[in-house]
Each structure stands twice: as C-alpha cells, then as structure tokens.
Design a protein. Structure first.
Length: 292
C-alpha cells in the first residue's frame, strides 16, 4: 500500500451536483485516488432529473467517514457553493464540479501552494468527446494572478482552485444571485485582498460538451460574464470587440464557404458561437447586476 495515500490534509472538497450521474463516479474516484487525502468530501445536491442522488447515496454508504451530502437551494451554482462555504469546517476548501476530475496529485500540489497566498490554482486539460486533449492556458512557470489580469480574462477554472476557508468567508463567499460565472466573481473579489498562486502543473481534466452544448453555453456564459463585469464596475471592451470582429469575419466568409460546400467541401458555413457570445455580452450589459 502506498503510504502517501494515508496522509490527510485539512481540506474539504466541495462537489456541487445537479444532473451529474453519468460523470460523478469518475469525479469521486479521482478524489479517492489522490496522493493526499482530504478530510471531507462535501457533496451539494441540487434537485436533479437523473439518478445523481442514488450515486451520492452509494458513495456515502461506501465511505461514510469521508463523504457527506447537504442539499442546495436549487438556485444555481452560486447559491450551491455558498451553502457549502457556510458548512465547511476545515481550514481549506477546494472546489470540484461533478463533471470534472482531478489529476492524481492535484490536492497535494494545491495544498503545497495555497499556504503562499491563501488561494491557489493550476492548469486545466480539456478533453473532447473523441478523447483529444488540449490546454488553453499553460504558463511556462508559476506566477501570481492579480485583479488586473483577471479583468482582462478569466483564466482560472473554479475546479482547479483551493482556498483558505477564512479567506473565502472574508470576501463574502459565493454570490447566490449569480446563476452562472459565479466563479469569476469569486476570483475578482479574492484578488482584491490577495493573489492566486498559479502553478504550471496539471490539476484538472474537463470534458468539453458537444457542439449543441457549446452553443448554449456560449450565450449563457457570456451574458453572465458581462453581468459580473458590471457588478465589479468595468466593461471588458477588448473581449466584446474581439468576438464582434470574429463574427464579422465569419459573415464575410459565408460566400467563400458556400462555394467550397458546392464543390464538395464540408466546411462549416458560420461559426455561430462568436455571434452568440457577442449577443450574450449585449444581453448581460442590458440586464445588469441585480441583487435580490
């Protein structure tokens, strides 16, 4: 038996779950196989239409001292995370969404680095439906992420993060009014008091949804991202102009693509996601941030 597996750290891994039955087993197994064992795995169950609850109950039955379930309010990820933040009793808290999974030494890497600033994160690998892997952001060395960097782009996926619990509570935890992009809001508030220690080690694997799912997410994510901008008093004009430019270029290329389709090429006529992102930004800016 590997002795490193018996080492525990004062970490609670929080797993929000809603309709994650097909991926939750892989997610939980990645926690169980860590080289550094967390003290608790807190599953936040929001009402699901699949058998997620059954999967959770089986995990608790198998590992009653490790897994614990609490019920979320059913109001989105922000409210689910905030429910967990209030319930955590350990010194550190790490987030892992139910459709993601850790690298084998993720918690050991995060735990080693979180003591430096109170917040740490790392590299995420995207896995496509045909199991092709890609990394969108992979710095050549460790570095500190500040608020100014995050205002340009959200480079920190929430499932790759760990925090000192007192730090998260100090900045107000998660905003339950945000249905999406609540993680970006957390990052912006955390970096008002400290910096993320970004390690260039792989922490997480993330399944890329199919094209239909990507198109839906493109609109919703960008809408809520713009709402977060307004909450924090800025607008990322560079991001807006970039997707507008991509949309215009794609529209101009439609005749060329039609010709290629006519001669037998299967070229995509229009990259719809760019236009959806642009529309989402406009919707978010019009809607604005509203606290309930």
């Amino acid at each position: 038996m590997d002795n490193t597996k018996s080492r525990k750290a004062p970490i609670t891994v929080v797993i929000p779950v809603r309709n994650c039955a097909s991926t939750l087993q892989r997610c939980s197994e990645s926690v169980l196989s860590q080289t550094l064992t967390p003290e608790k795995v807190l599953v936040v169950y929001d009402e699901s239409s699949d058998n997620s609850l059954e999967v959770i109950q089986k995990l608790i039955k198998r590992f009653p001292e490790l897994f614990e379930m609490i019920r979320g309010p059913g109001q989105g990820l922000g409210a689910a995370r905030q429910t967990a933040i209030r319930a955590v009793k350990t010194e550190y808290i790490a987030f892992l969404d139910g459709d993601d999974w850790y690298s084998k030494d993720a918690l050991e890497i995060l735990y080693t680095n979180v003591i430096k600033t109170g917040a740490a994160c790392g590299v995420v690998v995207k896995v496509s439906l045909d199991n092709q892997e890609s990394i969108s952001f992979n710095p050549p060395h460790d570095f500190l992420v500040d608020n100014a960097t995050l205002r340009k782009s959200n480079i920190i996926p929430i499932s790759s993060t760990i925090y000192r619990t007192s730090l998260l509570r100090r900045v107000g935890g998660a905003d339950g009014n945000l249905i999406w992009v609540e993680d970006y809001d957390i990052h912006l508030r955390v970096t008002q008091v400290t910096k993320y220690y970004f390690t260039n080690r792989i922490i997480l694997y993330y399944s890329v949804p199919n094209r239909r799912g990507l198109l839906w997410r493109a609109l919703e994510y960008s809408k809520w991202e713009a709402i977060v901008w307004l909450k924090h008093g800025f607008i990322n004009w560079r991001a807006i102009l970039r997707v507008l430019g991509y949309s215009i270029i794609n529209m101009l290329l439609i005749p060329f693509n039609l010709l290629r389709r006519f001669v037998g090429s299967n070229t995509l006529l229009f990259r719809e996601e760019y236009l959806r992102i642009f529309i989402g930004y406009i919707q978010g800016l019009v809607k604005g941030y509203r606290s309930e």
